[in-house]
Write a protein that binds this ligand. Structure first.
Ligand code: NIG
Ligand code: FE
Length: 412
């Protein structure tokens, strides 16, 4: 099946030769072709170029994209979309003056979601989660990482990971699974933290590895959650089971999690709302992708990741949603890109690079996703007629997407 897209007003993120991440000043460069064509063969990008060079081909389907922008689908490298119910009461509690920390300390927060998850059947969790996945696909997400972490029991964590596996089997988007057993300490382990870590290492990890249920291991490294020492112990165990780390760090405090992540060659370190100079230094020349989650900063009214300082220091930066019921009940990557521009002062070019090519790197799919490159997946966003791609962050509340193509097929 050959699809030809013609008269594209501007084709974004065009990389003739494969690029797996962009850093520092390269982030400001978004290669594009104006008045372009794009040829899709089955589920892959076969060719592209300027309209005047359009080769003679016979296509099964021709899409006229006059006035429209085409770009690769978003790569959302950090989500928790598998969960049960919601936490809207906590949202109202925060409006009424309670902090995220106060709510967590009285048994709300992650433990509230864990209770709901363990009380909900696997089928029902799948149903709720697939609706979220379908929603974000229609918003242009073509690759997504999904974490466990609301089970906090052997059965609960396995249940979540099985749901992620089933989503990956049933949907054409690329899905990577991350085991986040170390998301919070369950109540009955409050006085026996070492006991819960033992359970993660000796009970959860072997089962997960045996059933090939995860690609990555995550830890919420934060005061009141997992210390740096505990984080290292869990990352080390995960690595022994073949899971590369991708960790939550520096959301509320800078306690050394970034340095640990870099030391253990984490694929990414995520959140980064609170960053000091040493944290930025630690990331220089590392393999670890820093990931900012601006919708979380927006929803919790906490600082935004200091993107300008990080890019100025030569670092790469990726953007993701953090879609979860507590800190970010939104999986809209378009809003993430807009918020990064508006609040973090990233340029549209930087934000689009961060949400495509660098997002792909942060979830280990940059060989197949994140740019318009021959041989990569035919995963595309076709915009409505718009004046320029600046509209994407500028018109922050509007849905500018006309259609989404995943693996060469238009979403219904
Ligand atoms: O990434 N910070 C830790 N975990 C999630 C929020 C979890 C929750 O509140 O349910 C996050 O923001
Ligand atoms: Fe998260």
């Amino acid at each position: 099946m050959t699809t030809l897209i013609i008269n594209i007003k501007e084709l974004l993120q065009v990389r003739e030769t494969p690029v797996y991440k962009v850093s520092g000043p390269e982030m400001a460069i978004l290669p594009t072709i104006k008045n372009a064509f794009l040829i899709l063969k089955d589920n892959l990008i076969a060719d592209f170029g300027a309209m005047e060079n359009l080769p003679e081909i016979t296509a099964d389907k021709i899409i006229d994209a006059s006035g429209r922008i085409v770009l690769p689908t978003w790569c959302d490298s950090h989500t928790h979309i598998v969960y049960a119910g919601n936490r809207e009461q906590e949202f109202v509690d925060r409006i009424n003056g309670f902090s995220y920390e106060e709510i967590a300390n009285r048994g709300g927060g992650i433990l509230n979601s864990a209770k709901k998850l363990n009380e909900t059947s696997e089928e029902e969790i799948y149903e709720q989660s697939r609706l979220r996945l379908e929603e974000v696909m229609n918003l242009g997400t073509g690759a997504i990482e999904i974490k466990s972490g609301y089970g906090l029991t052997v059965e609960g964590e396995l249940k979540m990971l099985r749901v992620i596996k089933k989503l990956a089997e049933n949907y054409p988007v690329a899905i990577k699974a991350t085991f986040l057993g170390a998301h919070a300490f369950p109540l009955h382990y409050k006085e026996n933290k070492a006991g819960y870590i033992e359970e993660i290492i000796t009970k959860m990890l072997p089962e997960i590895s045996k059933n090939k249920l995860a690609d990555y291991i995550d830890v919420f490294c934060e005061s009141g959650y997992f210390s740096v020492e505990e984080t290292e112990k869990i990352m080390e165990a995960g690595i022994q089971f073949g899971l590369k780390p991708k960790i939550h760090v520096n959301q509320f405090n800078s306690i050394g999690g970034i340095q640990s992540g870099v030391k253990f060659k984490a694929l990414s370190v995520d959140h980064l709302e609170i960053m000091n100079i040493e944290d930025i230094e630690a990331l220089k020349d590392s393999e670890t992708m820093p990931v900012a989650l601006p919708s979380c900063s927006y929803f919790l009214s906490i600082p935004y990741t200091p993107a300008r300082e990080m890019i100025k220091a030569g670092l790469p930066l990726a953007l993701a949603t953090d879609f979860n019921p507590g800190s970010t009940p939104s999986g809209n990557m378009n809003f993430v890109v807009a918020t990064a521009c508006i609040k973090m002062k990233m340029t549209p070019e930087e934000a689009i690079n961060a949400a495509t090519i660098n997002g792909a790197y942060a979830m280990g799919v940059s060989k197949t996703h994140g740019s318009i490159t021959k041989g990569k997946k035919a995963n595309l966003i076709i915009s409505k007629p718009i004046s320029s791609y600046y509209q994407i962050p500028y018109a922050f509340g509007s849905n500018l997407i006309e259609s989404v193509i995943i693996e060469g097929k238009l979403l219904a």
